[in-house]
Design a protein around this ligand. Structure first.
Ligand SMILES: Cc1cc2nc3c(=O)[nH]c(=O)nc-3n(C[C@H](O)[C@H](O)[C@H](O)COP(=O)(O)OP(=O)(O)OC[C@H]3O[C@@H](n4cnc5c(N)ncnc54)[C@H](O)[C@@H]3O)c2cc1C
Length: 476
């Protein structure tokens, strides 16, 4: 009798396991039973599915069951509600420009929501920004989360206005960068992009369409900002604007000493009030290692030989990238302002270089690198990209790591824990080639994150292992 009970218990357990497993496995197929209005927008053709299974990283490949192409916000709401109506809801991942590097906008066996399809729906096309003024006179823009920042820039510049905080690269979606942070050389003054948002429209995990801000539904607001797409789908963001400058003085200051370089960065970002006229408008930094190729396109041709000699002599050269905006009203004193900023800085004497470009050309600077890399077939390649935040007090450790990597010729284990490849193959072809190599360039922008009334200094390091092919550049 006892063995009979044991057997039936085992059978029941087996049966339950079977139900759970088959239910879980077959759940994507219930998408085929989606209501007609959703089914029409759930795409299963191999090209669409394959595009949704890669991103800029080219490292992770997760295959979605279907790709959803919404033409309205309520489509997204209905999709989420349909998923919730199933015994086991399917995974949903919003996808902006898919410039993530590790599959963050993918949904294995789930549904990827192609946010770019909302473009046609909003404001009748690519007119993306509505600029209004709140009661205090501070302008802002209401932007569809699927829009890309370069379009936001164009639309706001038409009105003499601009967002205050940027990323280095502007062909990223508003929803995508607000789901991360949005950090660049302006962050030390204005905070990351997520600190410059007044209000959001969000489709929640229940499928509700909710407007939230610091004052209303604040838990949702702060959860979604920097929430990696895990707390809802952003569909609209109200972004703070300020007056747009027309031109910028764009400086590179070269250092042969890390302490002087990081000390000067700290000094420069200590002037960080939003309306402080003496402050720099942008501060980042990067490195040049004594490994070809050196990208010297920023510098006058006549200075390139002496820059190359400096890099050869010291092995590593640190560069502060500094920008001061101006327009007609500040034209008269801009040179004086720049002189005041750099006065007393400890860069190698005579190794200060300056360009005068339009505000748009400066903000969109990475796009020209993109075009170069694309023309060489080096854009759509694996990007083993590591972003780190390092407290100011430990930033010298980074220099030690770099020195170690450089002087050992990358032939030993790096303190960062990444074994370094000695393979000089021009293009990474498999994951074993994806390690940082000697000669790759690391980007070192200092940023201050004003948080809850305190000012913690921290640096963002972007480390990108690059193929060693002449003409390649590092992107930050
Ligand atoms: C060349 C290059 C330069 C870069 N430079 C910078 C830089 O200077 N500063 C910086 O901060 N970052 C930078 N990044 C990183 C970039 O900000 C993030 O990868 C960002 O997520 C890209 O936006 P996307 O539209 O491609 O987002 P996706 O990759 O499509 O999505 C990113 C994440 O956000 C989620 N998501 C997308 N849209 C929404 C939405 N509407 N609602 C909710 N969640 C959503 C996705 O599910 C995913 O989790 C850079 C990336 C590249 C490729």
């Amino acid at each position: 009798m006892a063995s009979y009970f044991r057997l039936s218990k085992a059978l029941i357990l087996l049966w339950l396991t079977y139900i759970v497993l088959t239910q879980a496995q077959s759940e994507p197929w219930s998408l085929l039973k989606a209501p007609k209005e959703l089914a029409l927008k759930l795409i299963r053709d191999p090209v669409t599915l394959s595009l949704a299974s890669i991103d800029y990283g080219h490292i992770v490949h997760d295959n979605p069951f279907e790709v959803f192409e919404p033409s309205s916000i309520s489509d997204i709401s209905n999709l989420i509600k349909f998923s919730n109506s199933l015994a086991i809801p399917f995974t949903i991942a919003p996808r902006g420009q898919a410039h993530s590097v590790h599959g963050q906008a993918m949904a294995d066996d789930g549904v990827v929501v192609n946010m770019t399809k909302l473009n046609g729906f909003r404001n009748g096309g690519r007119t993306v920004v509505a600029i209004v003024s709140d009661g205090t006179g501070a302008p802002y823009a209401d932007v569809g989360a699927e829009q890309i920042w370069i379009d936001v820039l164009h639309a706001t510049l038409e009105r003499g206005l601009t967002p205050l905080s940027w990323t280095d690269y502007l062909f990223l979606s508003v929803g995508g960068t607000l789901s991360n942070a949005g950090i660049s050389g302006q962050t030390f003054r204005f905070g990351p992009q997520i600190s410059n948002v007044h209000e959001l429209d969000v489709v929640t995990g229940k499928g509700d369409i909710v407007t939230c801000s610091a004052k209303s539904n604040s838990e949702l607001f702060y959860g979604v900002l920097g929430g990696l797409g895990q707390f809802g789908v952003i569909t609209r963001a109200r972004i703070a604007l300020g007056p747009a400058p027309t031109r910028v003085k764009w400086l590179h200051l070269l250092y042969n000493n890390f302490a002087a370089f990081s000390g000067d960065q700290e000094y420069l970002i200590s002037f960080n009030g939003r309306s402080e006229t003496n402050a720099a408008d942008y501060v980042e930094g990067f490195l040049m290692l004594n490994q070809p190729p050196l990208d010297l396109s920023f510098y006058p041709e006549s200075d390139r030989p002496r820059i190359t000699s400096l890099v050869t002599q010291y092995g590593i050269i640190y560069i502060i990238e500094l920008v001061k905006y101006y327009d007609n009203s500040s034209l008269e004193h801009i040179d004086e302002d720049v002189q005041l900023l750099v006065q007393g800085l400890k860069f190698v004497p005579t190794f200060m270089f300056e360009k005068d470009v339009s505000y748009e050309e400066f903000l969109n600077r990475v796009h020209s690198d993109e075009l170069t890399l694309r023309s060489q077939g080096l854009w759509e390649v694996p990007h083993p990209w590591l972003n780190l935040f390092v407290p100011g007090s430990r930033i010298t450790d980074f220099d030690e790591v770099l020195g170690y990597q450089y002087y050992t010729g990358g032939r030993r284990e790096m303190p960062l824990g990444s074994p370094t490849s000695t393979d000089p193959s021009p293009r990474p072809s498999s994951s074993s080639d994806l390690q940082p190599q000697p000669g790759t360039i690391s980007v070192l922008p200092p940023v201050i994150f004003p948080q809850r009334g305190t000012h913690d200094t921290s640096s963002r390091l972007g480390i990108l292992a690059e193929p060693r092919t002449p003409g390649t550049t590092s992107l930050g």
